[in-house]
Design a protein around this ligand. Structure first.
Ligand code: GLU
Length: 465
């Protein structure tokens, strides 16, 4: 069975780059009908917080990427790690090292002076004498001293590292706390992870983790190290390139399906297809197709995708989503008219909510520039005549409102703009918004007339024409 995992360290929010790695792992497991596990790497007590842990789980919930089984917390597994440390000591695959900090420092300086790579020299590897007093030992693993540590990375290809590059690294600190690479290897093995997909900033941890796998007799998983996401200038993605916290995208009115579609294309492709439903992603994704090179973050594309998903979302779902953006259309018989009038104009839920409010909320003020332009000449008379025609014709549909507009254009022998502009300013407060016939059909005759009358009175009183 294919088992993948995502293993965030809860030191902050869920980063979009992390979500992409998680998505790749999630798709790999779903594609193979396997399992996707979540492990919270919270051994660093000083840097972890419960808020960060909750924030990560909340973000997963929002995007709808469920994990299988219980969430694994490393902080609850110290006994287990201790057991394996003991085992390695008993089997003579690890040893206590009594080197003091000062000694380590002297060794470092010496190696640096000789322009050698700084590494532990193995001085306690086969030590049998009396340990020095007053030093709490660390535990080091016996890394191989000869040969090559090799593995085939599903993204980068074959990786060969000379064993001499990996020293006898610490697996437990002087206070007994196990170290990062040691616990990651144990957890991945015990959780049965068959594919480990992670950022390539971890590539240099992998040889160390392989040393642990081998020492404990665990089978190696397949590794995939994914290139980082870059900004459009080719630099590492930072706050300046847009939000990096997944939940900020929710606040900005993005749909999770748009964000996931955007992220899956950062480092993976299928021909030149851009739009992928979740089902398509699951059907097509293969981690062996992940690109070698890094991918660029392009927020215009995310916006384009979001507009696509909003346009295609069923009204009932939009009604639900819009509640968080201050628009409640539940039970409103004009809901579907309102949405079809605005859907094309809202690239985000924030914009969609604004477009809807522009129609439902009567203007409290008028944009001066628009008003001056629209209320030139005979605008007031044309609007009054139009209001009278509406009162008489009592149109209810978009088409019927449109006919009344056509009629006034014909009767008065005027261009469409002569009614369109002042009418738009009267109804919306400025020159923006959806189609006028649609807006009027939503407002109905009496509200339309009310807004026209108020505009005539207010705009005349406030602006000198
Ligand atoms: N906890 C690590 C991180 O957040 C991930 C470790 C891994 O995926 O192996 O970067």
């Amino acid at each position: 069975m294919t088992t993948t995992r995502f293993a965030p360290s809860p030191t902050g929010y869920l980063h979009v780059g992390g979500l992409r790695t998680a998505l790749f792992s999630w798709l790999t497991s779903r594609h193979n009908k396997g399992e996707f596990l979540l492990r919270i790497e919270d051994t660093d007590m000083a840097r972890n917080s419960k808020e960060a842990k909750d924030a990560i789980l909340k973000a997963f919930d929002w995007v709808g990427m469920g994990c299988d089984g219980e969430v694994v917390y490393q902080s609850k597994r110290f006994d287990l790690y201790e057991k394996y440390i003991e085992q390695l000591l008993v089997e003579d695959k690890a040893y206590k090292c009594y080197m003091s900090k000062d000694e380590l420092e002297i060794l470092r300086e010496d190696q640096m002076a000789k322009k050698e790579r700084t590494r532990y020299d193995g001085r306690y590897r086969d030590f049998i004498g009396t340990p020095p007093e007053g030093v709490d030992p660390v535990i080091r693993i016996k890394a191989p001293r000869q040969g090559t540590i090799s593995f085939v990375d599903g993204v980068k290809g074959e990786i060969n590292i000379a064993a001499t590059e990996v020293d006898d690294f610490v697996i437990a600190r002087a206070d007994g706390a196990p170290t990062y690479n040691f616990v990651v290897a144990i957890d991945d093995a015990l959780m049965g992870c068959t594919e480990v997909i992670r950022g390539d900033d971890h590539l240099y941890n992998t040889p160390k983790q392989i040393v642990v796998y081998k020492a404990l007799g665990f089978d190696l998983p397949n590794f995939y190290h994914v290139a980082m996401i870059h900004n459009e200038q080719g630099k590492k993605l930072s706050k300046r390139d847009g939000a990096t916290d997944v939940m900020e995208y929710k606040t900005m009115g993005y749909l999770p399906e748009a964000l996931l579609n955007f992220l899956v294309r950062l480092g993976w492709s299928h021909g030149d297809q851009e739009i992928f439903s979740l089902e398509e992603m699951i059907a097509l994704f293969d981690p062996n197709d992940i690109n070698k090179s890094s991918s660029n973050y392009n927020l215009d594309k995310l916006l384009w995708l979001n507009a696509h998903y909003i346009k295609n979302k069923p009204d009932s779902e939009l009604v639900e989503l819009l509640k968080e953006f201050g628009v409640d259309l539940e039970g409103n018989d004009k809901a579907s008219l309102l949405l079809s009038a605005t859907k094309e104009r809202g690239k985000t839920l924030v914009e969609l909510a604004e477009q809807i409010k522009l129609i439902t909320d009567a203007p409290t003020q008028y944009d001066e520039k628009s008003a001056k332009k629209a209320f030139k000449g005979e605008a007031k008379e044309i609007l009054s005549a139009f209001a009278d025609m509406l009162a008489l014709a009592k149109p209810t549909s978009k088409e019927a409102f449109h006919s009344v507009m056509e009629k006034i254009v014909e009767d008065k022998e005027i261009g469409f703009g002569k009614i369109g502009m002042p009418l738009r300013v009267s109804l919306m407060g400025s020159m923006t918004g959806s189609g006028l016939d649609e807006i009027m059909a939503i407002l109905g005759v009496s509200e339309t007339i009310k807004r026209i009358e108020k505009a005539i009175a207010t705009i005349k009183a406030n602006f000198v024409m």
